[in-house]
Design a protein around this ligand. Structure first.
Ligand SMILES: NC(=O)C1=CN([C@@H]2O[C@H](COP(=O)(O)OP(=O)(O)OC[C@H]3O[C@@H](n4cnc5c(N)ncnc54)[C@H](O)[C@@H]3O)[C@@H](O)[C@H]2O)C=CC1
Ligand SMILES: O=C([O-])CC(=O)C(=O)O
Length: 328
């Protein structure tokens, strides 16, 4: 996107909660940076169009200098036409007591047609992040329907899990979140994920020397992995502001680079760290020259191996389920 001064950003589910939290930040320049004007395409189903249209009116009222145009549509072909960035948020959220697997069939059917529409109309530099759950497998479905788009342009959001891990660790250590680096979320955006502090540092100091193993295993890991459910329990509905914020972070870093800092990204595995090729699994990654690079060469201890394998097994099962449903 370096030479582009005008980018088309498509947001699906734009009339929903996360959509509403995203749109104003995108239009203000926080998604791509202060030098790129944005054309926003808002995709909704008919029942959600009024919400998206209302948001479009408010976007006009905010008079953002970088906002070029807003289109509201229920046509995927229109929404993805010329898209440089696609934020795939639209899907049904989980309610109290539901597991992400419950959403597989309901939401899986959305992502095949959207992948096909991206394939048909998106710009050649398209970057896709799937937020709607089950995010990793929805991204797998979308990519499977977009044979002309390089696989690595399809990612799923585990930046929220990453940010949760950083936030929790920073609070434990009493340091600013910006002092934390080297945190990884491995695997699925679900309770099986492995939030890994093995290589984490706080203001350059090794975190393993600052916290004990028992806290990491008994408190930190389960709290991060189940934070989505905790938020649902406390607010009565799933994370919105933090999810939108993480989506902005993910795409901003992808486009603009992240100066060698680690983040976590669910992307198509190239076989690294024993994750079967093609599964969309979360890895430690840096953003270099507009592309994600998996951090190479890390030693994986027995505990990490077992945790990563468990989450990857869940991803493989989800892939089998959507294969059985005929979604890929
Ligand atoms: N990956 C992550 O870290 C997170 C993912 N999520 C997921 O994000 C998704 C959206 O959450 P909310 O905005 O809170 O839900 P919401 O229900 O407020 O909004 C979803 C919107 O999507 C629309 N929609 C449904 N099917 C669509 C389709 N085929 N095309 C376009 N739009 C469609 C609905 O009409 C609705 O307006 C959920 O799946 C939720 O589980 C939520 C938090 C974090
Ligand atoms: O838990 C949910 O259903 C929403 C979500 O993905 C999260 O907050 O991580």
């Amino acid at each position: 996107m370096t030479a582009t001064t005008l980018a088309t950003v498509t947001v699906t589910g734009a009339g929903g909660q996360i959509g509403y939290a995203l749109l104003f930040r995108i239009a203000s320049g926080q998604l791509l940076g202060p030098n790129i004007r944005v054309r926003l395409n808002l995709l909704e189903i008919p029942a959600g169009l009024a919400g998206a249209e209302g948001a479009a009116l408010e976007l006009q009222d905010a008079a953002f200098p970088l906002l070029d145009a807003v289109t509201v549509t229920d046509s995927a072909a229109t929404a993805f036409d010329g898209a440089n960035v696609a934020l795939l948020v639209g899907s049904r959220p989980r309610g109290p007591g539901m597991e992400r697997a419950d959403l597989l069939a309901a939401n899986g059917a959305i992502f095949g047609p959207q992948g096909a529409a991206l394939n048909a109309g998106a710009a050649s530099d398209i970057r896709v992040v799937v937020v709607g759950n089950p995010a990793n497998t929805n991204a797998l479905i979308a990519a499977a329907h977009a044979p002309d788009i390089p696989r690595e342009r399809f990612t799923a959001l585990t930046r929220l899990d990453h940010n949760r891990a950083v936030g929790l660790l920073a609070a434990k250590l009493g340091v600013p979140a910006g002092d934390i680096d080297g945190v990884t979320i491995w695997g699925n955006h679900s309770a099986t994920q492995y939030p890994d502090l093995s290589y984490a540092t706080a203001a350059g100091r090794e975190v393993r020397e600052l916290v004990d193993d028992e806290w990491v295993r008994e408190e930190f890991i389960p709290r991060v992995a189940n934070r989505g459910a905790e938020i649902i329990e406390v607010r009565g509905s799933s994370s919105v502001g933090s999810a939108a914020s993480a989506t902005i972070d993910h795409m901003y870093d992808w486009v603009n680079g992240n100066r060698g800092r680690w983040t976590s990204v669910a992307l198509p595995s190239d076989g690294s760290y024993g994750v079967p090729e093609g599964l969309i699994s979360s890895f430690p990654a840096t953003s270099v020259d507009g592309a994600w690079r998996i951090v190479p060469g890390l030693d994986i201890d027995a505990f990490a191996r077992q945790r990563i394998d468990a989450s990857v097994r869940e991803l493989a099962t989800e892939r089998e389920q959507v294969q059985a449903l005929g979604l890929i």
